[in-house]
Design a protein around this ligand. Structure first.
Ligand code: UDP
Ligand code: MG
Length: 320
């Protein structure tokens, strides 16, 4: 059954001058070969190298190549969201520009869509280029996230995923938080889901744009938006502190009756110190959540588009 008449490929680009031409050369024959119309949307996430010029050139070459230039660097996730917002296909595939996500999977994705699946998570079987530490930490990250959150996240799921129009509408409408974790949203929205395995290639050229610091920030954000375990820890600590205090009080009363000693400074000091420790700990956690709430109520735009190439006029307006 043919359910997909048009496929949108969304590619985020940040300083990828070294790979863009190669990417285009590799993906073009595949897209020309599939049994549906397509559009190739590049989102230039504020690149400072020759990427914008290369993308504009590719857009001149074919009307099916569309380019969104961000006004500055907003990050990979914002780029993918923009691409989804501007897409007009019945199926959308989000992938990286560095050829780590094999473009050869596209026909298989299309087949899977045509079988009626609506959300396809692409699962890495191996990531040669990531290195031992990155593979280990990302494995650990998913283990922890799955333990503490209600939604199940596919381990090794990547930013390589494909969704049909319906889940895309849901993402557009309801997942506009500024602290986002797109691949988790994709897995949490339900719909008819499946996974496809792929082997991650080495980056074709250029360097990884993600730093350890960035990944850490990303993980903390994911945990905060998908779990309230930190809040539960706070209440657990409160409970234990409470029990400890009651025991201490009973103990000091008992000692006073039994030995007749005055209340004792030690007890007082211990209790006060303990309570303050717990109090500060709780404040810390509440602070984390407040930070998230604050960023949500600010309602800052997820991205601002400087320029959009090859889009229908009304579609451009719609997304403004
Ligand atoms: N990227 C982006 N904005 C950023 C950082 C990265 O759009 O701020 C893009 C980048 O061009 C690439 C994809 O996101 O297409 C994945 O980045 P990268 O390959 O550097 O990450 P890694 O594969 O090493 O995790
Ligand atoms: Mg990469």
């Amino acid at each position: 059954m043919k359910l997909i008449n048009k496929l949108s490929i969304v590619v985020s680009v940040y300083n990828e001058e070294a790979v863009l031409d190669k990417f285009y050369e590799t993906i073009l024959p595949i897209l020309e070969g599939i049994d549906s119309d397509y559009e190739l949307i590049f989102v230039n996430d504020g690149s400072r190298d020759a990427s914008p010029a290369i993308l504009d050139r590719l857009a001149m070459d074919s009307k099916k190549v569309k380019v969104i230039h961000f006004s500055r660097n907003y990050g990979h996730e914002a780029a993918m969201i923009a691409g989804i917002d501007y897409s007009s296909g019945d199926g959308i595939v989000c992938m990286d520009a560095d050829l780590q996500h094999p473009v050869e999977c596209i026909p298989q994705i299309l087949d899977t869509f045509n079988q009626g699946y609506e959300v396809i998570s692409m699962v890495r079987t191996a990531n040669k280029s990531a290195g031992f530490v990155k593979n280990l930490t990302s494995g650990l990250f998913y283990k922890i996230l799955n333990k503490i959150s209600e939604v199940h996240f596919e381990e090794n799921a990547s930013d390589f995923f494909a969704i049909t129009k319906k889940p895309a509408e849901v993402l557009k409408k309801h997942f506009r938080e500024t602290s986002r974790f797109l691949r988790a949203y994709v897995q949490s929205i339900g719909f008819k889901k499946t996974t496809i395995e792929y082997e991650a290639h080495d980056r074709a050229a250029g360097e990884s744009k993600y730093s350890i610091k960035g990944l850490f920030k990303f993980s903390v954000q994911a945990m905060l938006s998908y779990s309230d375990l930190p809040l539960k820890i706070a209440s657990l600590c409160g409970t234990f502190a409470g029990i400890a205090c009651v025991l201490l009080i009973i103990y000091s009363i008992y000692m006073k009756i039994r030995v007749g000693a005055p209340g004792g400074y030690t007890t007082t000091v211990v209790v006060i110190c303990f309570m303050f420790t717990v109090l500060f700990f709780l404040l810390g956690i509440i602070g984390e959540y407040l930070a998230v709430i604050l960023s949500e109520i600010r309602k800052r735009p997820i991205y601002l588009v400087r320029d959009a190439v090859n889009f229908e006029k009304d579609q451009e307006k719609e997304n403004e």
